[in-house]
Design a protein. Structure first.
Length: 355
């Protein structure tokens, strides 16, 4: 957040209070931060199969959120005294290439709560599911070719009707618990979301564990890629200019339809290497194996991020997926695969600016 903007907000609040528009505003210290990011570029994908005819064609399109989400957000904090603060966070992702926000403006976060230096933070509203904490142990930072791809976005969703608690840091250890209420009469299981995320960060080491559950409208775990139980364990370790990544994910959907996978085993290895303070190279490999004869696939990608300044950067990512004879996974999480046993390649590049 630029200092001039904070000063502008503070000056505006003083003027409003003086005019009587904010009675009592002078009795508590508060601040609001505006933040965001705009990302856009170009992408090309080959061998996208038509689900009806099976014919494949390539696609060249404007790259939207392939590198990372374009977003705009507001976060605020009011000091209530005694180490207690009122906090809020509003955040919406959008399409930079189309200028659209989807079904809701604040489609990522809409939270309000209390935070204490002693007992942690309690929030209510909407948030990303804490399975999104996998971002910290993914070498790509959850691009469209990433830990999300071979599980078809399973670790991306948000949670509505949320109660969330985050502990303070105890010697580098933190925990986050989420419960998203389904709000269905007669059952507290229908459309219910539950998540636990544990983290340990100290010096060059970061370790994370995530356990979460998403239920369908019947209260079941019926789809491995959507409504399922998910466990992720992984970490990172920095050695000089290199940051190493490794993780394993196990997904279970015991109520899946016959023939559909009820278990997925997913893992990855990767590295980010800082060639210079401005240039970072990325290399990663992901592999998934699905039961019930649904095969396996391997996704490999390389990429580069180049920062023109602290806020403005260029990016480029190239990758491809190879499917076993009974698998049909895509190289980009948003498109159809190339067909069973086939391969697919994707490349995207562009620029972004954070504020």
């Amino acid at each position: 957040m630029h200092t001039p903007f904070k000063k502008t907000l503070a000056a505006g609040a003083v003027l409003l209070a003086a005019a009587g528009a904010l009675p009592g505003a002078a009795h508590a210290q508060s601040n609001v931060t505006l933040y965001g990011r705009v990302v856009a570029g170009v992408e090309h994908i080959d061998k996208i199969a038509d689900p009806v005819t099976g014919q494949t064609n390539s696609l060249t399109r404007a790259a939207d959120n392939q590198w990372g989400t374009s977003m705009i957000g507001f976060r605020g904090k009011e000091d209530l005294g005694g180490g207690l603060s009122a906090v809020f966070n509003l955040e919406g992702g959008f399409s930079a290439t189309k200028g659209t926000t989807g079904s809701a403006f604040f489609n990522r976060r809409s939270l309000v709560g209390l935070s204490s230096t002693s007992w942690g933070t309690l929030m209510f509203g909407k948030n990303l599911f804490n399975s999104n904490d996998v971002w910290n142990i993914d070498p790509t930072g959850q691009q469209f070719m990433s830990s999300s791809t071979l599980v078809r976005g399973r670790n991306w969703p948000g949670v509505n009707n949320l109660i969330e608690y985050t502990t303070p840091s105890f010697g580098g250890f933190t925990a986050n618990v989420q419960v998203g209420m389904g709000e269905q009469t007669g059952s507290n299981k229908q459309l219910r979301n539950e998540g636990l995320s544990l983290a340990y960060v100290a010096d060059n080491l970061e370790l994370r564990a995530m356990l979460n559950s998403r239920r369908d409208a019947n209260g079941n775990h019926s789809d491995a890629y959507v409504y399922s139980k998910d466990a992720i364990l992984g970490g990172t370790y920095r050695i000089g200019a290199a940051k190493l990544f490794a993780a394993y994910e196990s997904i279970s959907a015991p109520d899946a339809a016959a023939g559909a996978p009820s278990k997925l085993k997913h893992g990855w290895l990767g590295v980010r290497y800082d060639v210079t303070p401005a240039l970072t190279l990325i290399g990663a490999g992901y592999r998934v194996s699905a039961n019930r004869g649904n095969g396996n696939a391997t996704l490999l990608m390389v990429g580069a991020d180049y920062y023109l300044s602290k806020r403005t950067f260029l990016y480029a990512s190239l990758g491809g997926v190879n499917n076993s004879s009974s698998a049909n996974y895509a190289a980009d999480v948003t498109v159809n695969g190339p067909g069973a046993g086939a391969s697919q390649r994707a490349v995207y590049f562009g620029m972004g600016h954070s504020f």
